[in-house]
Write a protein that binds this ligand. Structure first.
Ligand code: BTN
Length: 259
């Protein structure tokens, strides 16, 4: 069933100090990333969130398309102004906040595939895209964009039916988008503030990573590395043990399992 997103219902559940307190809701946008970037450029306060019921040109990591039909899922982007030293931690904090928030709102347990996909089993439930703009040596702003498959039913998965899932597919019942969004933003604010205080946010992210201990292939640009994912470092980099016994540190890429 298609239900309108209720901004009032979301605001009634939101318990954050500033994350998501300014919510700009649109029934349709090409991409929430571009709308949030415009907000950032015009001085929007940190935590400003642009949410769309549907995107006509939703984009994912590595130039991929993000399937964004109406009435089912969450598509949102946020204005953040992190210090340069906290920028990299967003890659870890966001998928962790999504996994914790989804679990809090629905009871569904999700894990993280390095670096920031949220999976249930081997299927993708949510994705994170982080676009940053620099000003001299500092970060002017970062725009994290989050897509969470909430009530997308199996018949509407289309081109992503082999690789994706949704909360409703996993639970066999629909979930409240308002509750999921409020819970995810609550978890994000707590983690973001912990990171700013210098707390080691990577540890909980690492505990949710299902990539460690697996034989994987990582593709980045035109490079491919294969080996055992041995560890993840405090800055989010993956440590891969190659078949020849050497180790390589990988900062970004696309992982596929070899087993
Ligand atoms: C990924 O490839 O896993 C990242 C997907 C990010 C999708 C979200 S949906 C909201 C925001 N707007 C976009 O166009 N993309 C991000």
């Amino acid at each position: 069933m298609r239900r309108e997103f209720s901004v009032d219902g979301f605001q009634a559940r939101l318990s954050t100090r500033y994350i998501g307190q300014r919510l700009l809701y649109h029934s349709s946008l090409p991409s929430t990333q571009d709308a949030a970037r415009q907000e950032a450029e015009s001085g929007a306060p940190e935590g400003t969130t642009v949410l769309a019921d549907q995107q006509t040109a939703g984009r994912g990591r590595l130039g991929r398309r993000w399937v964004s039909p109406a009435g089912a899922n969450l598509y949102f982007s946020m204005v953040l102004r992190p210090d340069a030293k906290n920028l990299r931690s967003l890659v870890m904090i966001w998928p962790l906040a999504i996994a914790l928030g989804v679990e809090e709102a629905t009871g569904l347990r999700a894990c993280v595939k390095w670096p920031n996909d949220v999976l249930v089993g081997s299927r993708k439930l949510a994705g994170v895209l982080i676009e940053s703009t620099f000003s001299g040596p500092g970060v002017a702003y970062a725009i994290p964009g989050i897509g969470i498959n909430v009530n997308l039913d199996a018949s509407r998965l289309g081109e992503i039916s082999d690789t994706a899932t949704s909360i409703s597919i996993e639970l066999g019942r629909e979930a409240s988008r308002e509750e999921v969004l409020a819970a995810v933003l609550g978890r994000f604010e707590a983690l973001y503030e912990a990171g700013r205080r210098g707390e080691p946010v990577h540890l909980d992210w690492k505990a949710r990573l299902d990539t460690i201990g697996r034989h994987i292939r990582v593709t980045f640009g035109d490079r491919v590395e294969e080996g055992l994912a041995e560890d993840a470092e405090p800055d989010g980099a993956l440590v891969l043990l190659r078949p020849d016994g050497s180790r390589v540190r990988i900062e970004a890429g696309d992982v596929t399992l070899r087993e």
